[in-house]
Design a protein around this ligand. Structure first.
Ligand code: SF4
Length: 225
């Protein structure tokens, strides 16, 4: 297997949230090619996690702070394909924001993000009672969209994959934020390892074989405390 597993502690890093990908109308799966090499946050094997929307209310889709969710260049065409299908779910304020800003933004550092309403709520959010849901994922689960469940950065959260300085090398890490406290409490309650909970998006990103290797590597050799 041509990849490297290392473990190290990770603090939130001000690195770009974007992996530059070749221009494409379709997203290759796995997203990270076989030649990619990975370093791995030790906490991936320690954290138990299972989202509890009744507690967090879908906070990761409505995070204040300016930038919207990071997206791959290759995902932009998927967002544009999804918008006419999901627009029926979106609130008026989202449609107004899209009319003003468009669906996505090219940031000053060359990365791409999804537009937001008031530098907070993702323009693809729809609400059920007081809980924020991704309208793309809603449409995907209803069979209205095929082949694209949601952007991979959203699908993987609270796991992030950052490019490292070394070419073709990436760091897979756990991002611990206050908003996910309900997910941590629920994960402990139901004994759900983070990597198991996110097995499906990990397989999109890494492929099934590398995902299994990642999960097994922690089972065989738990990281030192
Ligand atoms: S990732 Fe965190 S904020 Fe987002 S739905 Fe899960 S627990 Fe809630």
């Amino acid at each position: 297997m041509d990849w490297v597993l290392k473990t190290r502690k990770h603090a939130l890093a001000p690195k770009p949230l974007f992996l530059e990908m070749p221009e494409s109308l379709n997203i290759d799966i796995p997203i990270y090619p076989p030649s990619a090499r990975f370093e791995v946050d030790a906490r991936l094997g320690e954290v138990e996690f299972a989202c509890d929307l009744s507690i967090c209310k879908g906070a990761c889709c409505t995070m204040p702070g300016g930038r919207g969710a990071p997206v791959l260049k290759a995902e932009i065409s998927e967002l544009e394909r999804a918008f006419p299908i999901v627009s029926k779910y979106l609130p008026e304020k989202a449609l107004e924001a899209i009319a003003e800003q468009g669906i996505w933004r090219n940031e000053i550092d060359g990365t791409f993000t999804i537009s937001t309403i008031g530098r907070r709520e993702c323009i693809f959010v729809h609400w059920e009672n007081d809980i924020a849901f991704c309208s793309i994922q809603t449409a995907f689960r209803k069979g209205e969209i095929q082949g694209f469940e949601k952007p991979i950065s959203c699908h993987l959260f609270p796991i992030r994959i950052y490019p490292e300085r070394k070419k073709d090398t990436f760091f897979i890490c756990y991002e611990e934020i206050d908003e996910c406290e309900g997910g941590r409490v629920n994960g402990k309650k139901v004994h759900m390892p983070l990597l198991e909970f996110l097995r499906s998006p990990l397989a999109r990103a890494l492929g099934k074989e590398r995902t299994e290797l990642l999960i097994q590597s922690f089972k065989e050799e738990p990281p030192a405390a």
